[in-house]
Structures are given as structure tokens and as C-alpha cells.
Design a protein. Structure first.
Ligand code: Z16
Length: 831
């Protein structure tokens, strides 16, 4: 029942067969067209903001051809799709990424140059799409990029937050949050789909369908609408364009006609205000769970709209629902989207009238689950009374899932009541809690951690009983990766040009195993010189960026020592700044002649603290207080500078990472599941100073121990140290004690402000083992300096590292997921 007349059909055929137009005249016309027709401007009064918008819309036109072709093709061949469900997508900018993917960068550079603009300035006009907190959200963005580039039919599903990650200002050394109003200006990278809108119910009550065991009607008049916005994910070197479908809460169905008709016009939209809030803001917590009711409703809106959409798309094939697992794989990015499991059960039982066993078989063959942390404060648990009130049907389904699961456990291990208590999806606390990680595990056919050590740890801790009950094969490792498009080719053009030269062509960008070729050039003096020059240029670019964002002048000839990530106690920025204080002390003890022999160093920090995380915010204040004193100390000069760059973001990372000499990844062993910036730094020729934790371990294995500086206690030793420190005072070594003394002597302003930080070590049990690791940390810093003095060896380390980093491309991660979890194959999109 097609409504398309045959003549129009021909027009469409020609449209999707046409090549992307690349000649300068056509591009210029399309930019001018958007400038005048889309934005009502003229070439005479256009500023660089207008130039960005007009160019971006012109690029998006060219992207659309491939995007439509991709979706049409996948529908036509009934391709199995993977759906990556994530509450976070930390996308950053898209314009430059799209220019590179379509190989239009030179063309747009020329056209913009002709009218007096510099492409770099135009690129700088774009605001980040910051719909995520940190590693987990950025991983989701790298994964959809890799799916697109490797020709997998993959979609991301997420939420279109009106306010993304808050903007961080530093006022008087303290973090101050400001809203991220990223949608205030037009967003060229989203397509509203008002026709793709689903109702989502909350509250209400249940009525059992007569004569059925598991079928209910859920009656409620609190119904929100979720509307789709699609965000394109341009694939590099392929026609395949991925899609991220983001839901936005609509309010129409909450319009109260009764109130309106009674003359209460304002009251008629009262409910809409409440509705809008559901997709208004991103919760700004990385690795912590707040347990807020609004967040639960947000998660459910997301899950319900997504599952309804997936089922609607599947039904278009006309196949029976028992075949859903043959055409759809759903990956849960952490527990945040776990309600997708009971939601699919609800649809299959109540709407589709399947039996419990039929429905459960479909669900468990479709879902797979990734765990990203073992920090207890991050574990999602929802009180049963809250869940029962907001989602009565889902609470009932979860009880039944748990009942059947516990029955199967009892059958296998009769009479083991403690096992049943430990493994139950419902925690028997007061009130009872739903353990979301257990629900995700029971409803999935595969569970994975994000680095080898982390996948081992979860098998021994949180999922230990599940390994016993469900078997070892269900629990696997998928080491994280990062996109070489954004994190090499995009952010580091000079180094990338050298790699292209070594490899012979640009194919390494989609096949990182080819960087191995760099090893052939490690002894080539000319190559080495250009390698160093590329790093030097990136350092100068960062020095300029720091001058313009903080007013601090640094020398690009110093060693750049970088720690940039969310501020969290387990990541130990506090240990880093303590070591800076100690270093300052040592420099002050030296004669000018001695100081002149030291390696000049710039210690760079950046990162946001969750708005409610008081300790993390105090750490930011301490860093800024220390920076202020050291940077103003004329005696010290360029030998030591400390910089806190405000408002860390994907875009800031693109400046920072290529400029680093040494970067720090210094979590207490066993606490950082993987880390992904560690990979980015090494892929850009930086060296790691890190603990034996997360993906640091595998990076060391790949590049060789000479290329990485490890220190600190090992994960299996942490338990004993923590136990000891619960009953014994920590014994700070002389260096750490010196740092404490300087703070308490008011060297960096009123020391009392920072006493709670010192107390977290001395009186709080030193949970993150700063006192244990500090001596080896200081030793490791010395080793770094010694190595850096030998620049020839340093360059060798840098080149060899990049050459051996192929494993950490997200293309490798995605291929493993595709083969071992999703059972999907690449599909080459053609006309
Ligand atoms: C997050 O960013 C991570 C874990 C988590 O439970 C929640 C959030 Cl918001 C991070 C991990 O801390 C990091 O080690 C890992 O590399 C990243 O997720 C991606 O897996």
C-alpha cells in the first residue's frame, strides 16, 4: 500500500544514485543557499557563526544521501541490527568529523577561504553535544562510530537532554556549575521525527485479563509522549551512516481539555511542565547512583520508547516475534537501561499475548549487558515501593522473573538458602530494593566487563554466584577501544600525516593493525625529527589554548604532565596534587644553580566534579590554590607550573591529548574498570604513568614494559591494605608528610579548608591507599624524569608505542561484540 506515485519514485531513484557533489561552485552555492534561505542572512552580513551554520547544513545535505541509502538498504535486505541502548552519548562536535568522513575537508576549506574565513575558526563555532558524563558516554559515541565505519547495521538509542553536561566555571578556585543550553542555537545534526512518537505510561493500576496467567491490562491516565530525534553518525570511507535515535519528552497528551474548557488556560498545561522535566537534564554523576525518583522515570521513558520502536520496526518485516533475536540484538550500556528487559516482557505478554516461556526466551536471546564498574556507590538499586508506585506492571514482572530464576537455582542447589538470599534480584533490606545489575544479568545471554582485569574481578565479586549457577561461558571480556577517526586522524593531523606516509595510504584509519608499519621508521632520523616536531606543534597549540582560557603563560618546551578526567576519589587527583606540593618543596630547597638543572614541568589538570560531590569539589579548590601560589613564585618560574583548565569536554580533550608527554592514570588498583583516555594518550605518542589497573595493564602488555611507567600496589593486595588501615593509623612517608605540613602551614591559603582532605587519608581509613602508594609514586616520577632527559630514547618509546596500539581501536572491540555477542555481520551498503 505504497502512497508514492510512480513518477516521484523515479526522482527518488535518481536522488539516491547521485554522487555527492564536490566541486567548489556547487558547494559555494549550497552554502549561500542555506545562508540566505535557511538562516535569512546575506553574504554581506555573515559572521563566523553564520558561516558555520550554513556550511554545516550544506555538509548535512551531502550526508543525507548516504543516510537514506543506508536505511533503505538495511530494510531491503532485512539486515540484523544491533541496538546500543545508553542513557549517555558524549558526542562532542560533528562538523569536522563529517567533513573528514565525506572527504570534503579541503573543498570546504577552500570555499570558506575564498570568502575570507579560516576553516579552523568555523569549526570552533560548533558547540559540543555533551549528552554524557565521561568514559561510559564517550565509549557509546566511539562504538556507534566504529559500527558505522565497519559497515555494521547499528543504531544508538538515547535521550535528547535539553541541558547536557553542566558547564564548569572556576570562581575563586571553586567549581561553579552553569547550565549547558546547547540547543539555544540551531542544531544541524539532528532531525526531528514527529511521526515517530510513542506513548509512555506511569502509575495507574492493573487488571488481569480473564483466564490468563501472565496477561494484564495496565490502566493509567498519566501518559507522556516520547518523540524521536535522529542524529547521523557519518562512517569514514563507506556509504554506511549510523544513527543515534534520541527521545524527547512531548507534552501534548497531558493537555487538560477540561481545565482549558473551564477557562483555566494556564492550568491546562500544568502537567506539561512536569512532563518536560523528564528529558530536561542529564544527571551529572559519573560512577555514583543518586537513586532519585525522577531518574527512574527518565530511565523508563527511554526504555519504553526504545522497545516500542524496535518492535514496530521488526513488525514491518511481517515475521513472527519468535524471530526477533534473529533480526535484533540489544546491548545494555550499564544497568541504566535495564528496564528494557521487563518492558519487552510487558509488550510480549500483555500486547502480543505470548506465553511467559515464549516471551522469556525471546528476551534472553536478544539482550546482552555490559558492566562498567564495581564501585558500590555506583550500583543501581531501586526501592520496591517506589518501583511499585511508578511502574506497577514492571514490578510484577520483576517479581515473576525473580521467582522463576530462584526456582531454577533451588532446583540446582537444593536447600542453599544463603545462596538464594545472596543471588535474589530483590534485596531483603528495609525497604526491599531491586538490584538492577542482577536483573540485567538474569535477562541477558552474555555479560561482559570492559578490560581483562575488570572482567576477572566481576566474576570473583558481584557475579560470583551467577558464575556458579549459570556457568562461566556467559561471562566474558570485551576490552574497550577508542575511535581512530576522532582520536588520531581528527585531533592530530600532523602525526596522522606521518602515519599515512609510513603506511603508504590512509587505510590505517579504518584498519589500525596497519600502524605496525611505524616500527620500520623508528631508526629513520628524518622521520623521528618530524615525529617530534608534530608533538611540539601540538604542545604549542595547547599552550595557546591555555593562555586564552586561563591567562596562564606556559612554555611549550617544558614536560607536559597531564591528568584529565572526572574528579573522583578513586582516580586520586589528590595524590597527584600532593606530589606537586612535595615537588615544589624540593625545588624551594635547591640553589638556583641546582634548580636550573631540573626538568621544567607543566602539571595540567582538568575535570568536572559531580555537583553534589563535596570532597571532589574541595580537590579542585586545592589544585587551584596550589597553582596560584606556585605560578606566582618568581623563584620557581618555568621550572614548575600548575594549570587547572576549566570546563573539560570532548573538544578540550582533542586539544589536550595530542599535546601530552606524560599522562597519569593512577586509580587505586582494581577500581578503574578500564579507562579509555589512557588509550587515547598513547595513540597520540604520549607515555603513561599509571597503576597496574584497568586497561593500563593490557596497554603495557601490547607496547612493552619499557614504554610505560607502572607503580603502586596490585589489585589483589588492596583488600589486605584496606583491612589493616581500618584498625591502624596510616604512616605517611616523609614526602607525603611534607605536603601535609605545607598545607597546614597555610602555604596555599587557609589550610583549615583542606583539613578534611588530609583527614580522608589520616582519619578516614585511607580507602584509596594514598599513603600506601605515595613512595612508589614519587619513585615513578623520578624514573619519568630520567627517561625524559634522554630525548632520543623518549622518541623511540613514543613511536614504538603508537605502532603497537592497534588492539585499542574501538573497531576491534566492535568486531568482537559483533562476532561473540550480537551475531551480526557487516553489510556493504550500495544502491
Ligand atoms: C562511567 O563513565 C564509567 C563507569 C560507570 O559505571 C559509570 C560511568 Cl558514568 C566508566 C568507567 O569508570 C571507566 O573505567 C570505563 O573506561 C568507562 O566507563 C567505559 O567503560
Amino acid at each position: 500500500q505504497s502512497k508514492t506515485p510512480s513518477k516521484i519514485d523515479n526522482v527518488f531513484q535518481n536522488y539516491s544514485h547521485s554522487e555527492i557533489s564536490r566541486d567548489a561552485a556547487t558547494i559555494k552555492n549550497s552554502v549561500v543557499m542555506h545562508l540566505t534561505a535557511t538562516f535569512l542572512r546575506t553574504p554581506a552580513n555573515m559572521d563566523s557563526g553564520d558561516a558555520y551554520l550554513a556550511s554545516a547544513f550544506s555538509v548535512r545535505d551531502r550526508l543525507l544521501q548516504r543516510w537514506n541509502m543506508t536505511n533503505e538498504y538495511h530494510d531491503r535486505v532485512n539486515a540484523k541490527r544491533v541496538y546500543y541502548m545508553s542513557l549517555e552519548f558524549l558526542i562532542g562536535r560533528t562538523f569536522d568529523n563529517a567533513l573528514l568522513a565525506l572527504e570534503l575537508r579541503n573543498e570546504y576549506s577552500k570555499v570558506l577561504g575564498d570568502v575570507g574565513f579560516c576553516l579552523e575558526d568555523i569549526i570552533d563555532e560548533e558547540r559540543d553535544a555533551a549528552l554524557g558524563n565521561g568514559g561510559l558516554g564517550r565509549l557509546a559515541a566511539c562504538y556507534v562510530d566504529s559500527m558505522a565505519c565497519s559497515d555494521y547495521p547499528g543504531w544508538g538509542y538515547g535521550l535528547r537532554y535539553k541541558y547536557g553536561m553542566f558547564q564548569q566555571q572556576i570562581i575563586d578556585g571553586y567549581q561553579v556549575e552553569a547550565p549547558d543550553c546547547w540547543l539555544d542555537s540551531p542544531n544541524p545534526w539532528e532531525f526531528p521525527r514527529p511521526d515517530v512518537t510513542y506513548p509512555v505510561k506511569f502509575y495507574g493500576h492493573l487488571v488481569r485479563v480473564p483466564d490468563s496467567k501472565h496477561r494484564f491490562t495496565w490502566e493509567s491516565n498519566v501518559v507522556y509522549d516520547a518523540m524521536a530525534f535522529d542524529v547521523p553518525v557519518p562512517g569514514y570511507g563507506t556509504n554506511n551512516v549510523g544513527n543515534i535515535r534520541l527521545w524527547s519528552c512531548k507534552t501534548n497528551s497531558l493537555f487538560d481539555l477540561n481545565k482549558f474548557n473551564a477557562g483555566d488556560y494556564a492550568g491546562a498545561t500544568g502537567g506539561q511542565v512536569a512532563a518536560q522535566i523528564l528529558t530536561d537534564v542529564l544527571y551529572p554523576n559519573d560512577n555514583t547512583n543518586e537513586g532519585k525518583e525522577l531518574r527512574l522515570r527518565q530511565e523508563y521513558l527511554f526504555c519504553s520508547a526504545t522497545l516500542q520502536d524496535i518492535i514496530a520496526r521488526f513488525k514491518k518485516t511481517g515475521k513472527p516475534l519468535s524471530e526477533l533475536p534473529d533480526l535484533a540484538a540489544i546491548q545494555l550500556n550499564d544497568t541504566h537501561p535495564t528496564l528494557g528487559i521487563p518492558e519487552l516482557m510487558r509488550i510480549l505478554l500483555d500486547d502480543e499475548a505470548l506465553t511467559w516461556d515464549e516471551a522469556w526466551s525471546i528476551v534472553t536471546r536478544t539482550f546482552a549487558f555490559t558492566n562498567h564498574t564495581i564501585l558500590p556507590e555506583a550500583m543501581e538499586k531501586w526501592p520496591v515501593p517506589m518501583m511499585d508506585k511508578i511502574l506497577p506492571r514492571h514490578m510484577g514482572i520483576i517479581y515473576d522473573i525473580n521467582l522463576y530464576f530462584l526456582q531454577s537455582v533451588e532446583e540446582k542447589f537444593p536447600g542453599d538458602r544463603d545462596l538464594l538470599r545472596r543471588i535474589s534480584i530483590i534485596e531483603e533490606s528495609n525497604p526491599q530494593q531491586v538490584r538492577m545489575a542482577f536483573l540485567a544479568c538474569v535477562g541477558s545471554h552474555k555479560v561482559n566487563g570492559v578490560a581483562a582485569i575488570h572482567s576477572d574481578i566481576i566474576k570473583q565479586s558481584i557475579f560470583n554466584d551467577f558464575v556458579t549457577v549459570q556457568g562461566e561461558d556467559k561471562f566474558i571480556n570485551k576490552t574497550n577501544g577508542v575511535s581512530p577517526r576522532r582520536w588520531m586522524n581528527g585531533c592530530n593531523p600532523d602525526m596522522s600525516a606521518l602515519i599515512t606516509e609510513a603506511v603508504g595510504d590512509r587505510t590505517w584509519i579504518n584498519d589500525l593493525t596497519k600502524v605496525k608499519k611505524l616500527e620500520d621508521h623508528v631508526a629513520d632520523d628524518d622521520f623521528r625529527a618530524r615525529w617530534s616536531a608534530a608533538k611540539q606543534k601540538n604542545k604549542q597549540r595547547l599552550a595557546d589554548y591555555i593562555l586564552s582560557t586561563t591567562g596562564i603563560k606556559i612554555s611549550a618546551d617544558a614536560l607536559f604532565d597531564v591528568q584529565v578526567q572526572r574528579i573522583h576519589e578513586y582516580k586520586r587527583q589528590l595524590m597527584n596534587i600532593f606530589s606537586v606540593i612535595y615537588r615544589y618543596h624540593c625545588l624551594k630547597q635547591m640553589t638556583p644553580a641546582e634548580r636550573a638543572k631540573e626538568i621544567s614541568r607543566v602539571v595540567i589538570f582538568a575535570g568536572k566534579a559531580a555537583a553534589g560531590y563535596w570532597v571532589a569539589k574541595q580537590v579542585i579548590k586545592l589544585i587551584n590554590s596550589v597553582a596560584e601560589v606556585i605560578n606566582a613564585d618568581a623563584e620557581i618560574g618555568d621550572v614548575l607550573k600548575v594549570v587547572f583548565i576549566p570546563d573539560y569536554s570532548v573538544t578540550a580533550a582533542e586539544y589536550l591529548i595530542p599535546a601530552s608527554d606524560i599522562s597519569q592514570h593512577i586509580s587505586t588498583a582494581g577500581t578503574e574498570a578500564s579507562g579509555t583516555s589512557n588509550m587515547k594518550f598513547v595513540l597520540n605518542g604520549g607515555i603513561i604513568l599509571g597503576t597496574v589497573d584497568g586497561a593500563n595493564i593490557e596497554i603495557g602488555e601490547e607496547i612493552g614494559e619499557e614504554q610505560i611507567f607502572f607503580f603502586g600496589c596490585l589489585a589483589h593486595e588492596v583488600g589486605d591494605f584496606r583491612h589493616y588501615l581500618r584498625f591502624h593509623q596510616p604512616k605517611p612517608d616523609e614526602a607525603l608528610q611534607t605536603a601535609f605540613d605545607l598545607i597546614q602551614n597555610n602555604t596555599f591559603g587557609d589550610g583549615a579548608i583542606f583539613q578534611p582532605l588530609i583527614d580522608s587519608v589520616l582519619r578516614g581509613g585511607d580507602v584509596y591507599l594514598l599513603s600506601v602508594d605515595f613512595p612508589s609514586y614519587i619513585q615513578a616520577h623520578k624514573a619519568v624524569e630520567d627517561a625524559y632527559r634522554n630525548q632520543e630514547e623518549w622518541v623511540t618509546k613514543s613511536i614504538l608505542s603508537v605502532a603497537r596500539m592497534a588492539k585499542f581501536s574501538s573497531d576491534r572491540s566492535i568486531q568482537e561484540y559483533a562476532e561473540e555477542v550480537w551475531n551480526i555481520e557487516p553489510v556493504r551498503v550500495t544502491n
